[in-house]
Design a protein around this ligand. Structure first.
Ligand SMILES: CC(C)(COP(=O)(O)OP(=O)(O)OC[C@H]1O[C@@H](n2cnc3c(N)ncnc32)[C@H](O)[C@@H]1OP(=O)(O)O)[C@@H](O)C(=O)NCCC(=O)NCCS
Length: 371
């Protein structure tokens, strides 16, 4: 079929009107989520993508939408593509993403989008391209093993076939797990409380919990920035070519402001090391305020010098209790862990998280462009 590929103009400011191309982008992205996950827990709407793009200080983003030739109605969009170019760190990297609307697949649309994406990548001069893609769990003997040695995907799946044909290698897999939050009167909550008390006793008086909702308090931004930097390289990343992220107070404040503008709720449980007064562990949960049922677990991290004191389990349990108070409509929590991250997986399994899908971390290295 003939398609038109339209690049979405970047917003001049977060106050500008939302370009209808963002509606088209969100339409395809949502269709893929419903198709793959069966719910809209992880969906972003047009305004959320728009806000994400309104500040290009830490990341430069390019997005495209494909329509049948001559059409522009958002609900007629047939495919989308995006490239994120980190700016503050990892300037060798580009993340790409192409999705064909589930009703329009296997008709050559992704293939037709490819030259546009490749031209942008060539101009960028980035030498490592990474793609994170969703896969169904697969146990077949012909499974494509991640190079990390943990996890596999079905090589016949369209996404795996497409990426392999383009020269990407499956470096790592992450396990996506979901916790169906038990009802308030379920004994699970009693067990969680007991576990939290036991873990707090193991951690002892050297550590205390600090919790907040929404934006990071100014006095905690510096500590949180340091922890995020460590998290970015301490979590197992196999051979994915990833450097330490650069975080400072300003970037934390910017990220918090955008979270609020996107209409997302956020809670944080951190741990302060009492003798030094600094934060040494944290766990954070987010959700769209308009769709409070599906909650996203982002980082959980314990600084290397403070591991082995049950702080990881403690921050997670305390954050779950806080979630129940702040967002009583929450029903499910989604989390992602590297298959080789045994400690984190053990904590999640203990809490009742069950595996749902696999995220593949694919990578391709390209030669720098000739001068
Ligand atoms: C992967 C995806 C983008 C392909 O889109 P598409 O428009 O159907 O792709 P095309 O028709 O242009 O086909 C391109 C290639 O995709 C793969 N593919 C497409 N349909 C397939 C099918 N039914 N079974 C297996 N592979 C298939 C093949 O490798 C195909 O190349 P070939 O025709 O030379 O065999 C699409 O399946 C999709 O959106 N998946 C979900 C998002 C995703 O995983 N994106 C990939 C990571 S960026």
């Amino acid at each position: 079929m003939n398609i038109d590929i339209v690049q979405i103009p970047l917003p001049h400011s977060a106050e500008a009107p939302v370009d209808p191309l963002y509606e088209a982008y969100a339409h395809v992205s949502r269709a893929e989520d419903i198709h793959f996950y069966g719910n809209d827990d992880l969906v972003s709407d047009a305004r959320e993508y728009f806000i994400e793009d309104a500040n290009q200080k830490y990341q430069r983003t390019a997005r495209w939408v494909a329509f049948p030739a001559g059409e522009r109605a958002p609900e007629r969009a047939v495919a989308i593509a995006a490239i994120d170019y980190p700016v503050a760190d990892n300037t060798h990297l580009a993340y790409t993403w192409i999705v064909t609307h589930p009703e329009w697949r296997s008709q050559g649309i992704a293939t037709a989008l490819l030259p546009t994406i490749e031209e942008s990548l060539r101009h960028s001069g980035r030498t490592t391209i990474q793609v994170w893609s969703n896969h169904s769990p697969y146990r077949g003997e012909d499974g494509l093993e991640a190079k990390s040695g943990v996890g596999r995907v079905n090589p016949a799946e369209p996404s795996a076939r497409w990426l392999t044909a383009l020269g990407y290698e499956l470096e790592q897999t992450e396990r996506h797990s979901v916790l169906d939050i038990p009802a308030d009167d379920d004994p699970w909550w009693r067990e969680l409380r007991a576990r939290r008390e036991k873990d707090a006793a193991t951690a002892g008086a050297l550590y205390e919990l600090v919790q907040w909702q929404g934006a990071t308090p100014p006095e905690s931004r510096e500590d949180y920035a340091r922890l995020r930097e460590r998290m970015s390289v301490d979590a197992p990343d196999a051979d994915l070519d990833f450097e330490e992220e650069k975080w400072d107070e300003e970037r934390i404040a910017d990220r918090d402001a955008r979270t609020a503008e996107m209409g997302r709720g956020a809670i944080m449980t951190a741990v302060r090391h009492v003798p030094s007064g600094i934060l040494v562990a944290y766990s954070e949960l987010y959700w769209p305020l308009e769709r409070p049922a599906g909650v996203w677990q982002f980082d959980t991290f314990v600084h290397g010098e403070h591991r082995g004191h049950r702080l990881g389990a403690l921050v997670k349990a305390a954050n779950l209790q806080l979630l129940r108070e702040v967002n009583p409509l929450s029903q499910r929590i989604h989390t992602w862990n590297a298959g080789e991250n045994e400690h984190m997986l053990a904590i999640n399994v203990e809490l009742g998280f069950a595996p749902r899908s696999v995220e593949g971390g694919w990578q391709k290295r390209v030669a720098p462009p000739a001068l």
